[in-house]
Write a protein that binds this ligand. Structure first.
Ligand code: ADE
Ligand code: ZN
Length: 332
């Protein structure tokens, strides 16, 4: 089997995907038109030309602007449904989807509108496509901890639809310690917790995410490699890192895919996984991320299978579901 065919054939779980980052320009234009919202672009080509990022902030500015056309539950449904169709194409059978409620509630869109649209798409994806999913409510770390507390409160009536709480947006200058109290409350309320750390920020932020936020998983974490003691901890605790190779390349976290550290971390025994982060902006969905690292780093077939196995081990699926998918991978 050709290596790209093996990648396509492997069942995979996606653990780091921002639903607002899966907003393709074609759908953005369609929704902007039906909602009669102005966007500062004349064509899809013009939008794509603006996707010329040099760091996380230059991306986030465009990403938040794009999300501003989303107004109604149907818009959130259409956004999520388009992503589920990509999952089906890429054999992503389970996904844990981040959404940023504050990006919408701060514009006057009700929390309920967002969750209604996303949740209905999740239910339909399971019924019609057989894809399971969980929602991760992410706090924007450039905003205050009080604002995160307010969001946690708004989520209370919808707690049965949200399994996980996360932390994203501008990392440097907004350490995990800023959110220690609200994460503690979220954990008390029964949420599992994840946080972006060590994407642009230092390895110290990964320590804080582990020790202060008590996360079950680290998003990105690629800068952990700069700290040997942290690496030993990640390995001994089997702490998953949700690595996003094309994102790292687009946001200049790495200069060249051949220099990406995912293979080195895998070989050292870190529970690394492959994910697409914001695929509409970074040039590809799950399989494109696998193809990019397989080609640039000459990954073996065994390493590719290991990464797919990790995606289920690092997921929040029940154990019997994990075992079912891992057995299928081992049978390929
Ligand atoms: N929000 C969407 N994508 C993000 C990323 N890669 N890092 C931090 N916040 C994000
Ligand atoms: Zn992310």
């Amino acid at each position: 089997m050709q290596q790209h065919d093996l990648i396509a054939a492997l069942p995979k779980a996606e653990l780091h995907l921002h639903i607002e980052g899966s907003f393709e320009p074609e759908l953005m234009f369609e929704i902007a038109k039906r909602n009669q919202v102005q966007i500062p672009y004349q064509s899809v080509e013009e939008v794509k030309q603006a996707y010329n990022f040099h760091n996380l902030q230059s991306f986030l500015d465009i990403y938040y602007a794009g999300a501003s056309v989303l107004l109604y539950a149907q818009d959130f449904y259409d956004l999520a449904w388009a992503y589920f169709e990509k999952c089906q194409q890429d054999n992503v059978v389970h996904t844990e989807i981040m959404f940023d409620p504050q990006t919408h509630t701060d514009r006057g869109v009700a929390f309920e509108t967002v969750i209604q649209g996303l949740h209905r798409a999740c239910v339909d994806a399971e019924q019609k496509l057989g894809i399971t999913s969980y929602l991760i409510m992410s706090f924007l770390r450039h905003l205050s901890e009080d604002a995160a507390f307010e969001t946690l409160k708004q989520a209370e009536p919808f707690k049965d639809k949200i399994k996980i709480v996360g932390l994203d947006s501008s990392e440097v200058g907004h350490p995990p310690s800023k959110f220690e109290r609200v994460f503690s409350k979220a954990r008390q309320q029964g949420y599992l917790v994840v946080a972006h750390a060590g994407e642009e920020g230092p390895a110290d932020y990964v320590w804080e995410a582990l020790d202060l936020l008590k996360v079950n998983r680290i998003d990105h974490g690629v800068r952990s490699e700069e700290d040997d003691i942290l690496m030993q901890r990640l390995i001994s605790e089997k702490m998953p890192l949700t690595v996003c190779p094309l994102s790292n390349l687009k946001l200049c976290v790495v200069d060249d895919m051949a220099q990406h550290n995912i293979q080195r971390m895998l070989q050292k025994g870190v529970m690394v996984t492959v994910n697409s982060d914001d695929p509409a902006y970074f040039g590809g969905y799950m399989n494109d991320n696998f193809y990019a690292i397989a080609d640039a780093l000459a990954l073996s077939n065994l390493e590719l299978k290991q990464l797919a196995i990790h995606s289920f081990q690092a997921s929040f699926l029940p154990n019997e579901q994990k075992t079912k998918w891992i057995n299928k991978i081992n049978a390929i």
